[in-house]
Design a protein around this ligand. Structure first.
Ligand SMILES: Nc1ncnc2c1ncn2[C@@H]1O[C@H](COP(=O)(O)OP(=O)(O)OP(=O)(O)O)[C@@H](O)[C@H]1O
Length: 264
């Protein structure tokens, strides 16, 4: 069971202020504000088309909102770019997995480490200027992630040969290799069976606990969301209709009407 009370929630690390985003005539997000505090697990839920993926893409700079601003780590961004987001320590996993299927588990997770590597390819090739030492340190970090995610047995296996649930775990490992301050998880349980969902829930809680990583996730499985989240934002038709602890959101009339009462 998730012990929310024992957690040390910190100051606001991400503040989304009056975000509006449209695609042509389609208003994907309308004037949405919410914040995320350090060390929180913060979920964004809502029916299909509510704007969850759009919001995640605004946070990591893939979409630029027409209105509003993003404050991350006390710095204000009218425009966030994917590169800047990555440099600031925002990492994400993808609903449709962004892995190299023919490459091993080890190499895939190592690929998440690239941004952290100081020595360029040339010096790595010639093993000069401490590149070899740096490479060893990065490998150690990646091996720790592999142990942590309990995928040692598959280190050398091409990712494409693994069952889907394990591929999702490797994708999480790739994001963790960036040592993110903020980890965005795009439907981490999608397509999983109950056992795989339980495993993934445990890993998300452990990442949050042991690495201290702040997590924002979007997810359809309400049971999982209510179980692991500290606070939840509820979107409907691009508008925010609820924001609070799982207990608060569960009893919010608008939320019940829009989301909980219907099958998704
Ligand atoms: N790139 C795009 N171009 C045009 N319209 C888009 C684009 N991305 C999203 N939309 C529209 O914006 C609205 C919000 O979509 P979004 O994918 O953010 O919702 P969602 O809550 O993530 O939905 P789902 O749960 O189905 O993934 C929808 O009406 C969608 O059709």
């Amino acid at each position: 069971m998730h012990q929310v009370n024992e957690k040390k929630i910190g100051d606001v690390i991400l503040d989304m202020q009056s975000i509006s985003l449209s695609f042509g005539g389609v208003k994907a997000l309308t004037n949405i504000s919410f914040n995320v505090k350090e060390h929180e697990i913060r979920s964004i839920i809502g029916p299909n088309g509510a704007g969850k993926s759009s919001m995640l893409n605004v946070i990591n700079g893939v979409y630029t909102p027409q209105e509003g601003s993003i404050v991350f780590d006390n710095k204000n961004f009218d425009k966030m770019s994917p590169r800047r987001a990555a440099e600031m320590g925002i990492a994400r996993t993808f609903q449709n997995l962004a892995l190299f299927k023919g490459m091993s588990v080890l190499d895939n997770i190592m690929s998440g480490r690239n941004l952290r590597m100081k020595s360029g390819l040339l010096s790595q090739a010639f093993r000069i200027f401490g590149a070899e030492k740096e490479e060893i340190q990065h490998r150690e970090y990646v091996e720790n992630i592999i142990d942590f995610l309990e995928i040692q047995a598959y280190r050398k296996t091409p990712v494409g040969r693994l069952p889907y649930g394990l591929q999702k775990r490797v994708d999480l490992g790739r994001a963790l290799a960036m040592e993110p301050r903020l980890l965005l998880l795009d439907e981490p349980m999608a397509g999983m069976n109950i056992e795989e969902k339980q495993d993934m829930s445990r890993f998300i809680l452990d990442v949050n606990d042991e690495f201290g990583t702040t997590i924002v996730l979007i997810e359809h499985d309400m049971g999982v969301v209510m179980d692991i989240s500290d606070r939840v934002v509820v979107l409907d038709y691009g508008k925010k209709i609820g924001d609070g602890t799982p207990a608060e959101v569960r009893t919010n009339e608008d939320v019940i009407r829009a989301y909980l009462g219907v099958e998704h």
